[in-house]
Design a protein around this ligand. Structure first.
Ligand code: M6R
Length: 592
């Protein structure tokens, strides 16, 4: 959600800013804009795409400094006036912002009393004017930024310049990500490292309440008391943050096909020479805890549902919560709870809210994330990285499988149960089989489903957790209403919705529940449903749609999730939809 880029120095700021905005468009946006100084502040912005923005900016821009922004509307409709960058009332402060300022209404009233007026409805314009107000008062921009940060409630990553200095970008951060890329004779700013990798592999990540000044050959960062802080530059692996489509038409299909290498890479990170390689302190803390609490959102929550079972298998009691639910009514079962948070992006605002509560209560915690250097990675007690490479498509696929794989490895490590490695290897054979043999069949099913209004997924146990994920993926990118129902719950209400021709997709991979699931199939067939069954060979029947080799059934989300992912992908494709950037959604949900 919202992407920030900024450049100062001799490289062409326009080239970087536009490439950067494109690289960040995976975050989701509805409008885009840029600003620079060339005989005064110039701003170009509009609703629509970065490509459209490019058509309205001058071909040649002579400027040493530029900021750019993709906006995902929160405060104020997606209109040209609300699009960033924003300019203050006295036209002195120009800035872009990612985050939400909770007390913007009070601050706006204060500024109105001081004679300020506003052209738009955004919280960002209020911040620009607050800086303008105090800057006029004291003439010291860094002092002003420090003062304004003390007045803001909420989250922000800010990139700012003033009308009287085309050599300095100012930055500030709280609870929204901001990274500085270090170049030779230039420096860059962005919401994450990916737009900068073409220019540098050295980065400084700002921590909360830090602010600073970035010129072409210097970066100075201060803490909230205004004391200079020495920040270590970190190096990032270019390969892992590359946005190359590698010949695929969409990121989603590329990322589905990367699942096997993702799982293999993950195993090699956390298991070598017949030994698990997790931090012994983490394993000790997990063993000593008497209850594990899983907290996450969306797809990551679905991974947490599976992970809970894995820990229960090794005698750990577990509960699972959706972050935005837990944050407002936190409960901590047990005397020594241990919290496991899961987040592909590591920037999900609902989860950051939970982390603040977890820290207030001094609870032991771990984040499982794909994004090293993200807010959750840096602020949790323990962090385990998924090493999946960047996931660009809004619909999470390889990261989900990586989350489940990592949870299986971690739970098994508690009991040094190395059988999990053989089980994962066997599950991977199924994934390959699906990739090589079943895509044409899945496309055919997708074609039958593309015009449907409602689709149901059925499963029990691990197959139910997988159904939840399959259903989310389908609705997210195909806009078809879909629900996942545990087989046993059908009769308790949902069966009322089953009518002639309604598609019901059923997973049967669990030997314990297979015969009950067959009963469910009969119940929906009798009422006219068109059933598509995905089963493992030993549980299959000739009429089933897809039969895959047997595998350890607790790994359904690894072995057969790609069937669900391909299906969602091909349905969205058949409907001519924007597979990688579905409407209303963003890759990184950085507002609550
Ligand atoms: O980055 P996170 O894993 O914390 O994101 C959580 C959800 O927003 C995310 O999983 C969302 O549900 C996906 N778009 C689903 O494909």
């Amino acid at each position: 959600m919202c992407g920030i880029v900024g450049a100062v120095g001799f490289i062409s700021p326009k080239e970087y800013v536009f490439k950067g905005l494109k690289m960040l468009d995976y975050r989701g946006y509805d409008s885009a804009g840029i600003a620079y100084i060339d005989n005064g502040i110039k701003i170009y912005k509009d609703v629509g795409s970065v490509e459209h923005l490019l058509t309205i900016v001058p071909e040649t821009i002579n400027s040493n400094i530029m900021i750019g922004h993709t906006r995902w509307a929160t405060h104020g409709a997606p209109t040209k006036l609300n699009t960033h960058p924003h300019l203050s009332f006295h036209k002195r402060i120009c800035m872009v912002h990612n985050g939400v300022i909770e007390n913007y209404k009070e601050l706006k009233s204060f500024l109105k009393e001081k004679g300020y007026s506003f052209y738009g409805e955004t919280d960002t314009e209020v911040v620009a004017n607050l800086i303008d107000y105090y800057y006029l008062e004291n003439g010291n921009i860094l002092e002003t930024i420090k003062r304004v940060m003390g007045l803001l409630k909420g989250s922000y990553a800010l990139s700012i310049f003033t009308d009287d200095d085309d050599q300095t970008l100012y930055v500030a951060k709280k609870a929204s990500p901001l990274v500085i890329g270090l170049g030779k004779g230039f420096n860059l700013v962005a919401s994450d490292a990916s737009p900068m990798i073409e220019y540098t592999n050295e980065f400084i990540e700002l921590d909360d309440f830090e602010f600073g000044a970035v010129t072409k050959d210097k970066v100075v960062i201060y803490n909230k008391d205004g004391e200079e802080v020495k920040k270590e530059a970190i190096q990032k692996d270019v390969e892992l943050i590359s946005h190359d489509l590698k010949g695929y038409p969409h990121y989603m299909i590329k990322e589905i096909e990367e699942i096997p290498q993702t799982v293999k890479r993950l195993i090699s990170f956390y298991f070598q020479k017949n030994k698990f390689l997790f931090d012994p302190e983490l394993i000790k803390d997990l063993k000593e805890s008497d209850h594990i609490i899983f907290i996450a959102c969306g797809t990551s929550y679905h991974a947490g549902l599976v992970g809970g079972r894995y820990f229960e298998k090794y005698d750990k009691s577990a509960s699972r919560f959706i972050a935005s639910e837990w944050a407002f009514h936190p409960t901590y079962p047990g005397k020594k709870p241990f919290i496991i948070m899961i987040s592909q992006s590591g920037e999900t605002a609902d989860l950051i809210h939970c982390l603040n509560i977890i820290k207030e209560h001094n609870l032991k915690n771990l984040i499982i994330t794909n994004t090293g250097g993200s807010t959750l990675d840096r602020n949790c007690m323990y962090s385990l990285l998924l090493h999946s490479g960047v996931e660009v498509s809004v619909a999470s696929t390889k990261a989900y499988v990586a989350q489940v794989t990592l949870l299986a490895l971690l739970a098994a490590a508690l009991d040094k149960d190395t059988k999990v490695i053989d089980d994962l290897t066997q599950a991977l054979d199924v994934v390959y089989d699906i990739q090589y043999h079943y895509k044409p069949l899945i496309m055919k099913v997708a074609d039958e489903l593309k015009d449907k209004k409602n689709i149901f997924y059925l499963g029990r146990s691990f197959d139910y957790f997988l159904s939840l994920e399959a259903s989310l993926k389908l609705k997210e990118i195909s806009y078809i209403h879909s629900e996942a129902i545990p087989g046993g719950e059908l009769k308790h209400g949902p069966i009322a919705l089953i009518e002639k021709g309604i598609p019901v997709i059923v997973f049967i991979t669990d030997p314990v529940t297979a015969s009950s699931m067959r009963g469910n199939i009969e119940e929906v067939k009798t009422r006219g449903a068109k059933v598509y069954t995905i089963a493992t060979k030993s549980l299959s029947r000739p009429e089933d749609t897809i039969m895959v080799e047997d595998y350890a059934y607790y790994l359904s989300s690894v072995a057969v999730s790609s069937i669900a992912f391909y299906l969602a992908y091909y349905v969205a494709l058949a409907k001519g939809l924007n597979v990688d950037k579905p409407r209303n959604l963003a890759k990184s949900v950085t507002v609550e």
